[in-house]
Design a protein around this ligand. Structure first.
Ligand SMILES: [Zn+2]
Length: 347
């Protein structure tokens, strides 16, 4: 008996000056006309107030939050429930969208995602990153019902965030190698559709790396589609497997042991150079693409010293023992980690 259930965003609108489409999306939905907008202090000014302006006639509550911690989740939950909210709109970067995913799942409410930056590939996915004492934890949630990605809004965010989002998608290339590896060695469930979408997203960033590196609004255009498609591959697989392998485990280890040094996508990009080396694949191509985009390619750019990156490579396998990757169940030796980091120029 085979059963497959995939939940996708219903409307994806991307382009220049497209925020006004929020009105049509809301008008087409049957709900009680009560909307809670989840935003940050800054993102409210960047796009939140403008979104409110397009929703004349709706009853709107703005809930400003910070990172996705259990305290902030409780606060946002009470705001959404007290207001008898019928629809959630998230306006912000990764943490605001993740917050909306968690709240939407807990309250069984639809939500629309309006990213003001694109620093990782979670915009369209059904997974959220939660901040815990043990570091960030990935949790299955709802996927957004609609996405409005306005390139003129995202263009105003620091370019470093977009470069990080692109690096996160480029790192799919090693996540996919790990997936195939686990399928061969562990007979792990595999989805050719999710694999193809994730690969397409990474190759699309690689092909357009030079355009993206020009740091124009068109850079956002070239980047945003693959970033969204990468998230869709997770919806199809109903798992982060197509986009998250050993390189993500290294990044999560860095978040836990050396927090606040660099962005998620930046860490995954550098780690992807290393794990592609371990796979015996074309790590030079990954490094070249990251350089063209302007994303980090060395430990130093991640504000990590030699011992710290080696430590992350040696211990990353402990992060998720259920996810089989090139790091194996025992991890790699210090000598092997050192050789990989030196040969690839990461240290
Ligand atoms: Zn990622």
């Amino acid at each position: 008996m085979k059963l497959k259930i995939a939940e996708f965003p219903r409307n994806i609108i991307a382009g220049h000056d497209v925020l006004h489409n929020i009105r049509g999306l809301c008008d087409a939905l049957p709900f009680n006309k009560k909307i809670t907008i989840i935003a940050g202090e800054k993102t409210r000014k960047i796009a939140g107030d403008q979104v409110c302006g397009y929703l004349d006639g709706y009853d709107i509550r703005i809930c400003t939050t910070k990172e996705v911690s259990s305290e902030n989740i409780e606060y946002a939950l009470s705001e959404v429930r007290d207001f008898n909210t019928g629809l959630i709109i998230a306006v912000g970067g990764g943490s605001k969208i993740d917050m909306a995913k968690v709240i939407s799942e807990k309250c069984s409410l639809p939500f629309i995602s309006i990213p003001t930056s694109a620093s990782h590939d979670g915009i369209a996915s059904n997974r959220a990153s939660l901040k815990t004492l043990e570091g960030p934890v990935s949790k299955k949630t709802s996927s957004p019902m609609g996405i409005i990605a306005d390139t003129s809004v995202i263009f105003k965010s620091p370019y470093r965030l977009l470069a990080s989002g692109c690096a996160d998608v480029v790192s799919n290339l090693t996540a996919l190698k790990d997936w195939k590896f686990a399928t061969r060695l562990r007979n792990e469930e595999f989805s050719g559709t999710a694999y193809t979408l994730s690969k397409y997203a990474a190759e699309s960033i690689a092909e357009n790396a030079e355009h993206i590196g020009r740091r124009l609004e068109t850079s956002v255009w070239f980047a945003i589609k693959p970033i969204i498609v990468s998230g869709l591959s997770m919806c199809i697989a109903d798992s982060s497997r197509p986009t998250s392998g050993a390189e993500h485990m290294i990044s999560h280890y860095i978040d836990r042991e050396y927090p606040g040094r660099a962005l998620h996508g930046e860490q995954c990009g550098v780690a992807s150079i290393l794990t592609m080396y371990l796979h015996g694949g074309d790590w030079k191509m990954i490094r070249n693409v990251l350089q063209k985009i302007g994303a980090p390619t060395t430990a130093r750019e991640l504000k990590l010293d030699r011992d710290e990156i080696i430590d992350a490579m040696i211990h990353a396998h402990e992060i998720r023992t259920d996810r089989f990757t090139i790091l194996g169940t025992e991890g790699i030796s210090k000598d092997a980690a050192q050789t990989a980091a030196e040969e690839t120029g990461v240290i």
